[in-house]
Ligand binder design. Sequence first.
Ligand SMILES: CC(C)(COP(=O)(O)OP(=O)(O)OC[C@H]1O[C@@H](n2cnc3c(N)ncnc32)[C@H](O)[C@@H]1OP(=O)(O)O)[C@@H](O)C(=O)NCCC(=O)NCCSC(=O)/C=C/c1ccc(O)cc1
Ligand SMILES: O=C(O)CCC(=O)C(=O)O
Ligand SMILES: [Fe+2]
Length: 361
Amino acid sequence: MAPAISISLDDSSDMTDFVINQGHGVKGLSEMGIKTLPKQYIQPMEERLMTKIEPQESIPVIDMSKWHDIQVANSICDAAEKWGFFQVVNHGVPLQVLDDVKKATYGFFGLPAEEKRKYSKENSSSNNVRFGTSFTPQVEKALEWKDYLSLFYVSDEEAAALWPPVCKDQILEYMKSSKLLINHLLQVLMKRLNVKEIDQTKQSLLTGSVRTNINYYPICPNPELTVGVGRHSDVSTLTVLLQDNVGGLYVRGNEGEDSWIHVPPINGAIVINIGDALQIMSNGRYRSVEHRVTANGSSNRISVPIFVNPRPQDMIGPLPEALANGEKPIYKQVLYSDYVKHFFRKAHDGKKTVDFAKITN
Ligand SMILES: CC(C)(COP(=O)(O)OP(=O)(O)OC[C@H]1O[C@@H](n2cnc3c(N)ncnc32)[C@H](O)[C@@H]1OP(=O)(O)O)[C@@H](O)C(=O)NCCC(=O)NCCSC(=O)/C=C/c1ccc(O)cc1
Ligand SMILES: O=C(O)CCC(=O)C(=O)O
Ligand SMILES: [Fe+2]
């Protein structure tokens, strides 16, 4: 239902108040039926246009039912090296769980603004629960057409106390049901790096903290002038990404300047992408690839990424096993929370975050 208020979109502080402080988000703007995109959302030309979309290219779709087969293992590692992205089917996460988490996402964003704003940075009782809009609105020159809820998992007890009741159980269930898939993928990926066994220390380094976001991209007036999410790579070890059937996720391709590949929605499939932490730990062998989401003029879109990460207090750098062949390290050791803060404190800027960990001389 449209909120029974009207705001002057020319007044920047009025807009910020409505979208951010009152908790309406861009969903609120969309549902007011605005006909033109507010100027704050107009992206520079180079961020809007994708000059070269490769319709004939696609990222691999991998059947996980025989994940331990050498051919399947090879296709997982090859995809992580070449594309940094792939989709998985027969992944073992029950389709009901995926359906339920998508419904719960609509449930959360369907709450009245007064309810959602309780979880905003200013009002939330914990840094681990955050409802927001765009990415880092305080520093962005142009805003992104997306609302989100970000949940950093600490324990079931904390989730029960702090997470929104309307989506808590479904998100926890989705996180728990994807654990086996995550472990299988990491086992396979580690093997190619000469890591024979994932002991507790490695397990913790690879998967010690988990953050789940639920993203809402409402129908946008003038979608061609803005973005849903700007160009970035994830700072995770790997990301398990559930998207709905709308489409709009594009991944940087290998065909030179500005080539982009669409990630087509496949019913029941899950998208997997390598994040910066694994690119760093693999000394650049596995690639954390830039991606972006377009805004859409006719459909609302949701997505639910699970970011599997090192713990904030971990030092990350190239794994000794990955360097055992005498390869020179291209990344230094960095404190993971410093890395993540560096990412969150600037606007999206493609692949630049990883420079933070590069050895420069
Ligand atoms: C550094 C963290 C994230 C927060 O620790 P904190 O002690 O609560 O730190 P701060 O409260 O000082 O937050 C640091 C900055 O990050 C910002 N931030 C704090 N969570 C958030 C938050 N979920 N969202 C967007 N800003 C935040 C926060 O606003 C703050 O910015 P500023 O106020 O300008 O200093 C800490 O939990 C940590 O190291 N976690 C490790 C695990 C982790 O969360 N990894 C990130 C996985 S997320 C990922 O790969 C991709 C995410 C992504 C997300 C959106 C996209 O469009 C694209 C990609
Ligand atoms: O919505 C999507 O498909 C991708 C979102 C994304 O890249 C992210 O949240 O990091
Ligand atoms: Fe992402």
